[in-house]
Design a protein around this ligand. Structure first.
Ligand code: GMT
Length: 376
């Protein structure tokens, strides 16, 4: 198949998933065209069967306070679809990609071609952004007009049906992990540099948005750090980072907390970690937690959204209500204070992560695309 892929090219989970899916499909012989405003972070260098088309919203015209990105994207989609004879378009994150895809499909119909589009709902497009009255009517319309709709967890499917008037069926296709990349490799030199005295290493990876509750990560770590020698690695960047750096200074934790910013090789840091913390107030799936589990790192997390479909309470980690910092710290210590317990949790995390192997999930996408093509 020739597939067009639209996503946010930044470090967010939806862009990561879209890029990995595109690359996986390209390895299986499909021709993949990424159409985005910047080269996706995980795309890397040249790959067979992979094309990248940059959208330039351009127009530096004094009338525009905001350059009309959606108009530029729709025109680019039409151009790429016509020129490369794309069979199907897959848009990740409903806002605004689903309505832009609808517009492109309409334009193509007027030129004599019907190219179906699949919308994948990722989380905040439904739970935060999509429900904003400023977008709601357009999102509902575009989801209902999609030729196929997928959601990354059962929880997100339920949230979508609860928050929007949806008449289209929603197929759940879980997020996945590439075990060729995410596995526990020997990075003892890193471990030695980060925790020279054998301290336990806790880790959190996110975009530092309020929904991630990174301050809870720091409060949990404070309790753990008072009980056992430990270090905390904070990976990623975003609006809450400055506040969190300030908090770690006020709590006197600067020598044990390292803010590492955005990292390309997250798997190398996960390979030295003993525990992943994810106390989010909303999380449709928790791809970052799955990446940790593939590297045999257990997860202490909140119990919201799709997280319980990934992190199994008492087996791969522990679940708690949002904001239950003391309980999360207690759970972290249950895992970290006994090597045998830690190893049991590590093994169970790996077994659970294997359920989301890219090789299994990618064929579900292929079958789904084929069913959409057969209907249109
Ligand atoms: O985690 C984020 O806030 C980024 C966001 C995105 O769309 O880039 O992530 C969402 O999609 C990921 C991939 O499907 C999911 O693993 C995340 O759970 C989801 N985030 C939220 O629901 C908050």
């Amino acid at each position: 198949m020739k597939i067009g892929v639209v996503c946010y090219p930044t470090y967010g989970g939806s862009g990561v998933l879209a890029t990995e899916l595109g690359l996986g499909l390209a390895r299986r012989g499909h021709e993949i065209h990424f159409i985005t405003y910047r080269r996706p972070a995980r795309l890397g260098g040249y790959q067979a069967n992979v094309f990248y088309h940059e959208v330039d919203s351009g127009a530096d015209y004094p009338l525009f306070e905001y350059a009309p990105y959606e108009t530029a994207l729709a025109s680019k989609l039409v151009d790429v679809i016509e020129h490369y004879e794309i069979d199907l378009l897959h848009v990740h994150y409903a806002v605004p990609h689903a309505s832009v895809a609808y517009m492109a499909r309409k334009i193509l119909i007027s030129r004599g071609r019907y190219v179906p589009f699949v919308t994948t709902l990722h989380g905040t497009d439904i739970t935060l952004v999509g429900t904003n009255p400023a977008y709601e009517a357009t999102i509902t319309f575009a989801i209902n007009k999609s030729d196929g709709v997928t959601a990354v967890s059962q929880s997100l499917r339920r949230d979508t049906l609860a928050n929007f008037e949806i008449c289209n069926p929603i197929e759940v296709i879980y997020n996945f992990i590439d075990f060729k990349r995410f596995q526990r490799t020997n990075k003892n030199h890193f471990k030695q540099a980060i925790a020279p005295n054998g301290e336990r290493i806790l880790i959190h990876v996110s975009n530092f948005r309020p929904v991630k509750r990174v301050d809870d990560v720091i409060f949990i770590f404070k309790i753990v750090n008072e009980a056992i020698p430990s270090k905390l690695l904070l990976i990623g960047d975003g609006p809450e980072r400055a506040k969190c750096e300030d908090l770690s200074r006020r709590l006197g934790l600067t020598k044990d907390i390292r803010f590492l910013g955005k990292q390309d090789a997250v798997e190398e840091l996960l390979a030295v970690a003993d525990l992943f913390l994810l106390p989010s107030s909303s999380e449709s799936f928790g791809l970052a937690a799955l990446e940790a589990m593939a590297c045999e790192v257990p997860v202490v997390s909140s119990d919201v959204g799709g997280i319980p479909e990934v992190n199994i309470d008492g087996q791969t980690g522990y679940l708690s209500g949002v904001g239950m910092v003391d309980k999360m710290a207690e759970d972290a210590l249950k895992i970290l204070t006994d090597d045998k317990v830690l190893n049991e949790f590590r093994s169970a995390a790996l077994v659970q992560a294997a359920r989301f192997d890219i090789e299994e999930i990618i064929v579900k996408y292929e079958a789904y695309y084929e069913s959409v093509l057969a209907k249109s």
